[in-house]
Ligand binder design. Sequence first.
Ligand code: ADP
Length: 337
Amino acid sequence: MSTRAPAVEARQLIKTYPGDVTALNGMDLTVGAGTVLGLLGPNGAGKSTTVKILTTLARPDSGAATVAGHDVLRHPDRVRRAIGVVAQKSGADPVATGRENLVLQGRLYGMRGAAIQSRADELLDRFDLADAAGRQVKGYSGGMQRRLDVALGLVHRPEVLFLDEPTTGLDPEARTAMWDEISRLAGDEGLTIVLTTHYLEEADRLAERIAIVDRGRIVVEGTPDELKGELRGDAVHMELRTDGDRTAITAVLTGVPGVYEVQADGRRVSVRAEDGAAAVPVLLTALEQAGASVAAATVARPSLDDVYLRYAGRRFSEAEAADGRQTSAPVAAGGPR
Ligand code: ADP
């Protein structure tokens, strides 16, 4: 654990919009310096409003926040110098080249001369855009544009980077490439990253800590493993070659150490186990002894969607539908690992 002061701290943020829309309803947030926090929630949960306040683009009705040690309300200019923001909508000039965009961005932050050129080269290299540096951005693929957006956010070497839905709209290959790049940034540069996403899989993969947002506040926060661990253990699903004797199977499996929640129904037998992989051979032996032969067994980890369901009281997809703004993007749950 880092002993540095948190890079982001927000306390009891409240924000309402005209028409009595409560966007934030007591948002509390702490992001450790040099860590990646995933703000995860369905559309309308309040993620963008949180980011707008932290990046000084909106003011809360009440509450307080500091970013990189600066108060967002008292010293917005200092906050702006310390952060990089990669919005959902690209800020790049489509008719300028990738390099021109980077140089212009550097100038906006007061960089000059050789320093700006070498920073542009470094970023073009790092984001695999060196070959395309002299081409107009409007000819870039979606993945290239997104990589340039992230590079633009980093020109002035910010301490905290805000990434709003960094892979929405990207094809799977470009999404994986972007994930690799974000992981590297976090690891190599000690950058603090606040990532908003409605992809469960993205949060699981990139964030050291995940804060699940629902109806304008955090409903639960922890590491991806802590959150999934709250669902206790693995699910082991087994298929029998023939219908089993339910009572006998339940009795024998309930006696296996570390196994609970036994469900037997015809050929299908499911249990929860503290360690699914370790339990499988023991379960198979126990079933054979009870006269049942197993055709197939799978071990699945609980998904973040299960966690979301438990804390928000509804499924991700239900929350988005209820908000009336169904997303076109698929919601990927953390599947078996
Ligand atoms: P998310 O980023 O999680 O999708 P938002 O922060 O954009 O959520 O929105 C939170 C709530 O505030 C939603 O109900 C949304 O409709 C509402 N909202 C956001 N921006 C505005 C605005 N400018 N005017 C009115 N309502 C808004």
